[in-house]
Design a protein around this ligand. Structure first.
Ligand SMILES: C[S@@+](CC[C@H](N)C(=O)[O-])C[C@H]1O[C@@H](n2cnc3c(N)ncnc32)[C@H](O)[C@@H]1O
Length: 222
């Protein structure tokens, strides 16, 4: 597997990266039970076709990786090299040849335009410095007609719930996690068709979002 370090000039230091680097062990103890099932169900529902080129942005320690089919080409990126080290260990243990992970800033992806059939991202857009920029980058690297799958906490449309969660946001902000991101705000003005948004269960704080990328650029076969 090929890994490169971020060159100095493009190595941003958003608040989130040191946090995740220093707390990998604690994170590993708590997060898997909460998140794994949610990601797995959403990835399986995508029915990813054989040979698809898939990018996961903010792949972290690789909790989602065993939910993808093995007959695809999967690239995972993350800003934290400590998180990626865990993912690499897992990939080596499982002898997965179809997965590559590398350090990269979600707000400045180094891939060419329209490189991927599917782009996924889980629990990451609320920890980057510029959520709109991350979403714009995801759309840029996704092919016309390609699909985007995202799971995250987004601000509730219900004013009461939004207010309660906003007050918790003062605490979670210290952990590098924002609670006030609005999905509509993040996708506004992007060439994206929102296909579905739903809660994994009625009480969940998280939203699963599926979208089609640059639908107006899709060329239909004659
Ligand atoms: C809450 S974790 C989620 C990890 C994984 N997706 C999961 O659900 O287990 C957020 C991840 O975003 C990464 N991250 C934070 N800022 C980033 C950035 N600007 N570019 C890429 N990754 C970033 C962190 O290093 C961390 O791995």
């Amino acid at each position: 597997m090929h890994r490169v370090s971020l060159p100095e000039k493009q190595a941003p230091q958003p608040h989130s990266s040191p946090f995740y680097s220093h707390l990998v062990p604690a994170y590993q103890a708590v997060w898997p039970a909460v998140a794994k099932r949610r990601m797995s169900a959403a990835i399986k529902a995508l029915n990813i076709p054989a040979g698809a080129k898939v990018l996961e942005v903010g792949v972290g320690t690789g909790l989602s990786l065993n939910s993808y089919p093995t007959n695809i080409e999967l690239t995972g990126v993350d800003l934290s090299e400590a998180m990626l080290a865990e993912a690499e260990q897992l990939i080596a243990e499982k002898k997965w040849q179809h997965i590559d992970v590398m350090p990269m800033n979600a707000e400045e992806l180094t891939f060419e335009d329209s490189s991927f059939d599917i782009v996924t991202s889980f629990h990451t857009i609320s920890v980057v410095s510029q959520p709109q920029r991350m979403m714009a980058e995801i759309v840029r690297v996704c092919k016309p007609g390609g699909r985007i799958l995202m799971i995250n906490h987004f601000r509730s449309d219900n004013p009461l719930i939004a207010k309660v969660v906003d007050s918790a946001g003062n605490i979670t902000k210290r952990l590098g996690w924002r609670t006030d991101i609005e999905l509509d705000e993040v996708v506004r003005e992007l060439p994206l068709r929102l296909d579905s948004r739903y809660k994994p269960n009625p009480l969940s704080l998280f939203t699963v979002m599926e979208a089609t990328c640059k639908p107006e650029q899709v060329v239909l076969a004659p």
